[in-house]
Design a protein around this ligand. Structure first.
Ligand code: GLN
Length: 310
């Protein structure tokens, strides 16, 4: 008999508690360096409507690049497939903040999940408005998805990234030179850093991801995106969600996932589960060390994979 999911979660929490190599907390955004590396959390929202949690599942953390999934969903809602004229859909094979491919590819970022791509997505989501309008829309969207109005932005994290985000300024200015960023760079980045500074717990994040396990439907019955769009977002998470470690993540875990430098990962098992894990220590690719290990363990114990029959 398969062990219950709650037993598997308890085992994972116990095993992660004993880990000696937890990776290194991101410090290029100074505010993120203050987070305790010993934290670990997991939450699983199932297609049956259950929510199971382990560890610090109610502690908020900076979702950072996990927000790129929600931003992409909003941008596709605004401009549809026209988005793909400005952003590619190929894994980059480079670091999340890399600039090297932009010159060769005329200011078109490889995919919406590397920083350059997410900055173009933020430009689309601005849509001629002030950043506070776009940020408000993003926050409302994430609150709706998670069914939780307490989700908020950590202004200290946003200010910390604004003060030190030289690489993103370079990326945005470079793409503006190709007219692929169309609003003033400071407005686009203002919107981008606030989206990254959204704080959520694993419980809230797992709930927010449910539409991607339910073929685009909110559990309340509303349609967030069409089934084909949900599948495409999942496909991009699988191929590009972990930057130059996306292949390794697909190999080890075998389900779509999107990581952030706050140490969170949102992972989707279509038709079965929306999973959030968090541990702030990162590996050399900027992905959560224990978060990845926990998902690998979970996939092994449950048999969940997009590469095998359900
Ligand atoms: N806000 C971060 C940045 O732009 C997000 C990066 C990440 O989570 N990988 O550098």
């Amino acid at each position: 008999m398969k062990p219950a999911l709650s037993t598997i979660i308890a085992d994972i929490v116990a095993q992660m508690g004993e880990a000696t190599d937890r990776g290194k907390v991101a410090d290029y955004i100074p505010e993120l360096a203050k987070v305790d590396p010993a934290r670990f959390a997991i939450a699983i929202a199932t297609a049956d409507g259950d929510l199971l949690t382990g560890g610090d599942a109610d502690t908020g953390f900076s979702i950072q690049s996990v927000s790129k999934v929600f931003a992409l969903t909003l941008a596709l809602g605004k401009v549809g497939d026209q988005l793909w004229e400005r952003v590619g859909r190929e894994p980059s094979g480079n670091a999340f903040n890399s600039i090297v491919q932009l010159e060769r590819e005329q200011g078109i970022p490889r995919n919406p999940f590397i920083n350059a791509g997410a900055i173009v997505v933020s430009d689309v989501n601005l849509g001629g408005h002030q950043p506070r309008v776009a940020i408000g829309e993003m926050l409302r969207f994430v609150r709706y998805l998670s069914g939780d109005d307490t989700v908020a932005i950590n202004e200290d994290v946003a200010a910390s990234e604004t003060a030190t985000g030289y690489r993103n300024m370079a990326l945005a200015n470079y793409m503006r030179a190709f007219s692929n960023v169309r609003h003033p760079v400071d407005l686009v980045l203002g919107s981008y850093v606030h989206q990254c500074a959204i704080e959520m717990s694993c419980r809230q994040l797992a709930l927010a991801g449910r539409y991607l396990m339910l073929d685009g439907r909110h559990p309340d019955g509303g349609r967030v995106v069409s089934p084909s769009r949900a599948r495409r977002i999942n496909a991009l998470m699988l191929t590009c969600g972990h930057y130059d470690a996306s292949g390794d993540f697909a190999f080890r875990v075998g389900i779509p996932g999107k990581s952030g430098v706050g140490g969170g990962i949102l992972a989707i098992v279509p038709g079965r589960a929306s999973i959030a894990v968090w541990s702030p220590g990162l590996n050399e690719n900027g992905n959560s060390c224990l978060g990845t290990q926990a998902l690998e363990l979970l996939a092994r114990r449950t048999g969940w994979s997009v590469f095998s029959p359900p």
